[in-house]
Write a protein of this length. Structure first.
Length: 81
């Protein structure tokens, strides 16, 4: 298999810079931001209770804060059949 010269030069440059870039780049912990749990039903019902229990369990499991939200208008969103 013959590789074109330009592609070979790109691969060689990438291979040469990979060790340098791996020492510079560091990964963030997951999730780096606040986790929002959006509920599409009004608060006070069974969905509210289940969302709060799941949110608390998830927060303990991943050791990140989980916020349960009920944005306005989500209870009117319906999926089409």
């Amino acid at each position: 298999m013959k590789i074109p010269r330009r592609q070979f030069l790109h691969l060689a440059a990438d291979a040469a810079t990979m060790p340098v870039m791996s020492s510079i780049v560091t990964a963030q912990t997951y999730p780096a931001r606040l986790l929002r749990f959006i509920v599409a039903y009004p608060p006070g019902g069974a969905a509210d209770t289940a969302a709060r229990i799941i949110g608390q369990w998830l927060s303990e499991r991943i050791r990140q804060p989980v916020v349960v939200e009920w944005p306005p208008g989500t209870s009117t969103i319906r999926s089409s059949p």
